[in-house]
Design a protein around this ligand. Structure first.
Ligand SMILES: [Zn+2]
Length: 69
C-alpha cells in the first residue's frame, strides 16, 4: 500500500464530509495521521467544524425575514 501524501489525505478528509470512504481510504488516512501532526490537526478541525455545523443547523431554523421584533 503506497503511503498517502498530505495533499491526498486532506482531500480524502474533506471528501469524508460528503461521502463514505472506502476501507482502503480510511486505512490510508489512519496510517498517515499516525505520523503527521499537520494532517491530524486538520482532521480534528474538520471534525469540530462538522459538529458545529450540525448543532447550528439543529438550533437555527427561523428564516431571516422573521427576526425583526
Ligand atoms: Zn500529512
Amino acid at each position: 500500500m503506497p503511503l498517502a501524501n498530505c495533499k491526498t489525505v486532506t482531500r480524502t478528509l474533506s471528501d469524508k464530509l460528503d461521502r463514505a470512504l472506502t476501507l482502503r481510504e480510511r486505512a490510508r488516512v489512519r496510517v498517515h495521521l499516525l505520523g503527521c501532526n499537520g494532517c491530524r490537526a486538520y482532521a480534528s478541525q474538520l471534525a469540530a467544524l462538522r459538529l458545529l455545523a450540525h448543532s447550528v443547523a439543529g438550533h437555527i431554523e427561523t428564516p431571516s425575514s422573521q427576526t425583526d421584533e
